[in-house]
Design a protein around this ligand. Structure first.
Ligand SMILES: [Zn+2]
Ligand SMILES: [Zn+2]
Length: 622
């Protein structure tokens, strides 16, 4: 058998050279389940291989399925090199590693990636399962050259592939992988559950909260989404907090993200082949109900999916953030917990102690502000009192965040569903009580690690599809500069004494500048855009010093390039309520705007909106 073919069972299942080849070697969740009831979908635990046209080999997770992959690869001539991306270190995702033949072959080179724990690195975590008590061969006995990489949320490059990482919702710190290469995109999102109980029916999609909006953005436009679908909706209530999804939710997020194909994955060990068939029928019916035109199927061991580029995709170099080992020693591990519910309070304190956090004592909200100002704990957990509106909660959070030179993580504990359709940048996260210890610990850990990775792309607005239609209907994208917009940016430049002022529009994957004095480019990628953050709110969005703000410190326009420090943008809202872009000002120096200046920026924004509205009222030239 020559290079370029893999034989699996009796059939040749793949060649490379035409698109990205994705092969399932293990599809089962929790525990391997061999036997007559799992013949068609397979009994091995999580393992998926990805091969690009150039031959780059990525392996996602090393459950028991990796054994067969190792056998097949060992028939290859020459060294077998690759990249093993581990989502988390629960048994069903790592148990096959000691049986993966290429690891024992001298001359092979393997890079192993996994989530950085707070107190342990990925190799230490893997070493644990290979201690003498459990296994006769030690991690150090691997003959191949192995390099370990601890990952946080961010992005990195592997040969011809760009990998983006995101923390999933699971009782252990778990990373989802978005893999882009050869113009195709695959998202591996397993061991994940909804951040709140999903609402059944299409309304569920309307009610995406901030975390779900981020999750959908992570899946956005993928050619293939491999998603956790361990449960059925009626099974899920008894399994909340176990870290797995009902199949209905997997369909909902794939629909919302406009994915091309959805592979249902992490099959429950009790699910027989026939039961998986029924689960697929159910998923397809739901997809049809939502008008989802993509393909829905259950991942089956041995199956290969070929992803071919659907169009010309501009390759962009990855921004290396995911491999930046956070300087954890320098991060203060203090948390301020101000929650009146005694059970929630006790549980949070216990979780914080288990994760090695110092907890700061405090009383009422004035006391919280005082402790925040004087001791600056990086994480503040507050209670979302039922009698306070979202605006009031956001104001409270802003009061805290603004007392920090480098910003703070402010999370609210709530006993109800977090507010949908509204994303407030001051509020980092919502914690739905009651919650398990493992859930609380994972949240605390993710908040701390996210602080170490100081660059966030913005979530998608909840009205994204309608917003895009409204923007396109303006017919303004890629038009020539016009004096009627330039005059506002020039006024803004002189009024605020800043070098850059822009009228920008946030398009599908870019922000485009209608007017851009002071900036020599006419568009930038959306995931680097500060305006994409600004349009999530209704009012002026100010970043006083981007270098001291965890959301932007490592943003390419801040850390390099234009070296921006200050940003203030007012969203441009159309009469139908969609926020399509901003009028914004930027500076290379940190700045603070007083109330009068904020009001002036608002006024200028309204004038630009009036200009836009006048173009919207005329039918665009066709
Ligand atoms: Zn699992
Ligand atoms: Zn797990």
């Amino acid at each position: 058998m020559g290079r370029g073919e893999w034989r699996y069972g009796a059939r040749t299942i793949r060649r490379w050279g035409w698109g990205v080849q994705v092969t399932f070697w293990g599809t089962r969740g929790s525990i391997a389940k061999a036997g007559p009831t799992t013949v068609r979908y397979g009994g091995n635990t999580s393992c998926v291989s990805v091969r690009t046209e150039a031959g780059t080999l990525l392996v996602l997770d090393c459950g028991t399925g990796i054994h067969e992959l190792g056998q097949v690869l060992s028939h290859d001539e020459g060294p077998v090199n690759g990249h093993l991306l581990i989502g988390h270190t629960h048994w069903d995702h790592i148990q096959g590693l000691p049986f993966f033949a290429p690891m024992f072959q001298p001359g092979n080179v393997w890079h192993v990636y996994g989530p950085r724990g707070l107190d342990t690195s990925i190799d230490k975590a893997l070493e644990g399962q290979m201690q003498y008590t459990y296994f006769p061969v030690q991690l150090l006995d691997f003959g191949a050259t192995i390099e370990y990489h601890d990952l946080v949320e961010g992005q990195f490059e592997v040969d011809d592939v760009t990998v983006t990482t995101r923390y999933l919702h699971h009782p252990a710190l778990t990373i989802g992988y978005r893999i882009e290469g050869d113009g195709a995109t695959l998202v591996y999102s397993t061991d994940h559950e909804p951040s709140t109980a999903p609402e059944p029916g299409p309304e569920g999609l309307e009610a995406l909260n901030r975390e779900e909006a981020h999750h959908v953005a992570f899946l956005r436009d993928a050619d293939l989404v491999i998603h956790d679908a361990q449960y059925l909706a009626e099974e899920y209530p008894a399994k909340v907090g176990w870290g797995h999804s009902p199949v209905e939710y997997a369909v909902d997020v794939a629909c919302a993200a406009d994915a091309q194909r959805l592979a249902l994955f992490h099959h429950d060990p009790t699910r027989t082949d026939d039961a998986v068939d029924a689960l697929v029928d159910r998923a397809r019916a739901r997809a049809r109900e939502f008008g989802f035109t993509g393909e829905v199927f259950a991942a089956a061991e041995g199956a290969t999916v070929t992803l071919t580029s659907t169009g010309t995709v501009e390759a962009r170099p990855a921004v290396e953030t995911a491999r930046r080992t956070p300087a954890l020693a320098e991060l203060s591990r203090a948390v301020l917990i101000a929650v009146t519910d005694s059970e929630a309070d006790a549980a949070l304190h216990e979780a914080a102690r288990s994760e090695g956090f110092d907890t700061l004592p405090c009383g009422d909200f004035d006391d919280v502000l005082h402790v925040a100002r004087t001791q600056q704990p990086p994480i503040v957990v507050l209670e979302a009192a039922a009698d306070r509106s979202l605006d009031e909660l956001a104001d409270d959070a802003r009061g805290i965040v603004e007392s920090y030179p480098e910003g703070a993580t402010v999370a609210y504990v709530t006993t109800t569903t977090p507010p949908a359709n509204e994303i407030r940048p001051e509020i980092t996260d919502w914690l739905v009580w009651p919650a398990s210890q493992s859930h609380l610990r994972t949240k605390l850990r993710a908040w701390l690690l996210r602080r170490a990775c100081r660059w966030q792309s913005a979530a998608l607005p909840v009205d994204e599809s309608e917003r895009m239609i409204a923007l396109w209907n303006l017919g303004i994208l890629d038009t020539e500069p016009e004096a009627r917009f330039d005059r506002y940016t020039e006024v803004a430049r002189s009024a605020f004494d800043v070098p850059i002022a822009l009228v920008t529009f946030v398009d599908t994957d870019r922000q485009w500048f209608k007017s851009h004095p002071g900036l020599p480019v006419s568009e930038t990628p959306r995931d680097e855009s500060m305006c994409a953050h600004a349009i999530l709110g209704t009012d002026v969005f100010v970043v006083s010093d981007a270098l001291r703000d965890d959301r932007f410190a490592d943003n390419p326009h801040v850390a390099r390039g234009a070296r921006l420090r200050f940003y203030a943008g007012v969203p441009l809202t159309l009469s139908d309520g969609h926020r399509v872009g901003t009028l914004c000002i930027m500076d290379h120096r940190p700045r603070v705007l007083d109330d009068e200046q904020v009001e002036r920026l608002r006024d200028l924004g309204r004038m630009v909106e009036a200009e836009l509205q006048s173009s919207a009222d005329e039918p665009p030239d066709v």
